[in-house]
Design a protein around this ligand. Structure first.
Ligand SMILES: C[S@@+](CC[C@H](N)C(=O)[O-])C[C@H]1O[C@@H](n2cnc3c(N)ncnc32)[C@H](O)[C@@H]1O
Length: 322
């Protein structure tokens, strides 16, 4: 079946524009049909393209954000029983697939990070661009909010998180400010409170391409949602369920995620990832997949112009060996 991609296609009626759409659908070989698991269904843009690629394609869509899932359900209702939605964390993949009685999968997709729905809703507290409660949880029904995290963590832990997850070299200065604020009995309750505090901690914006709070917000979001935890285990579980010649495609938005994906795929392709000084391999690398993207696929200038949020995206894919 022919597919229409791009800004004016069937995906354009919701604000979120799926990133690297054509490339992803091609690497998934979705035109062959079969069962696909979209582990981050979000607003259903990629899922819809999979469903359109073949009238024989089925999608099991997972998301930990119930609000996004409901919108995806409405959007994809026209595909009837070809689309099913599950509210879960993809790191529970084995449990989700067992409950859904799925044994083998033709293709997995994980489009990591946040959706436009999350970024653009002030009440979700993901962005310094709108003032709202400092929440940042993808699943609003569980876990600690960003405000609670800032109220609880030690200065050392705050600095480590902001440095590691935000790659922010002024992390210590920002952590100090947060703790001083706390010691004065003041709380950081809103995105505006945090954005102002970071701005004051790092000084004027001169020579900066991005808002001074960008990296701190990214770091907190990763910490609140434990985004890097078990990402490698999730990939291993997915490959386990892939049928021969089945595909796995992963889109990431920052270097920390991409590094984990790259290493895990290399290991699954049989390349040992142990430090060179070790006399023998202990990482358990086994040749289960062929990597389809020697280098990650990145968006074209045209896509970035059309959708600036695609700027940092990287797509890697692999094929299960027979
Ligand atoms: C970039 S959006 C996906 C957009 C989607 N591909 C589309 O075209 O509309 C990422 C989604 O993944 C979800 N997500 C992130 N981490 C998750 C996890 N560990 N388990 C389940 N969903 C997750 C987020 O809630 C968000 O809705």
């Amino acid at each position: 079946m022919a597919m229409a991609f791009g800004g004016q296609g069937p995906n354009s009626h919701i604000g979120h524009r799926p990133v690297l759409l054509r490339e992803t659908i091609e690497l998934l070989a979705a035109e062959r049909g079969g069962l696909f698991v979209d582990c981050t269904v979000g607003l259903g843009g990629h899922s819809e393209a999979i469903l359109q690629a073949s009238s024989d394609a089925h999608v099991l869509g997972i998301d930990r954000d119930e609000e996004a899932l409901e919108l995806a359900r409405q959007r994809l209702a026209q595909y009837g029983s070809r689309f099913r939605a599950v509210h879960a964390d993809f790191r529970e993949l084995t449990r989700v697939l067992a409950t859904a009685k799925v044994r083998q999968v033709r293709g997995f997709l994980a489009d990591l990070g946040v959706s436009s729905l999350q970024l653009d809703s002030p009440s979700r507290g993901f962005s310094f661009r709108h003032d709202g409660p400092l929440d940042m949880r993808m699943d609003v029904a569980s876990g600690e909010t960003a405000a609670q995290l800032l109220g609880r963590l030690s200065e050392v832990d705050l600095a480590r998180i902001i440095f590691e997850y935000g790659e922010e070299h002024r992390a210590r200065r920002i952590a100090r400010r947060i703790v001083e604020h706390r010691e004065r009995g003041e709380q950081i309750c809103t995105t505006g409170d945090l954005a102002d505090l970071v701005k004051r901690a790092v000084g004027p914006e001169r020579h900066r391409r991005i808002h001074p709070a960008t990296r701190t917000f990214q770091a907190l979001r990763i910490a609140v949602n434990s985004e890097l935890e078990n990402l490698d285990r999730f990939l291993v579980q997915a490959v386990d369920y892939l049928e021969p010649d089945g595909r796995l495609a992963v889109i990431s938005f920052h270097s920390l995620e991409d590094r984990i994906i790259k290493r895990t795929l290399l290991k699954l392709s049989g390349r040992c990832q142990c430090p060179p000084r070790l006399p023998q391999c202990i990482c358990g690398a086994k040749r289960l997949v062929e990597i389809l993207t020697k280098r990650p696929i990145t968006p074209t200038d045209m896509e970035i112009e059309d959708n600036p949020r695609a700027r940092s995206s990287k797509l890697r894919a692999a094929r299960k060996l027979d």
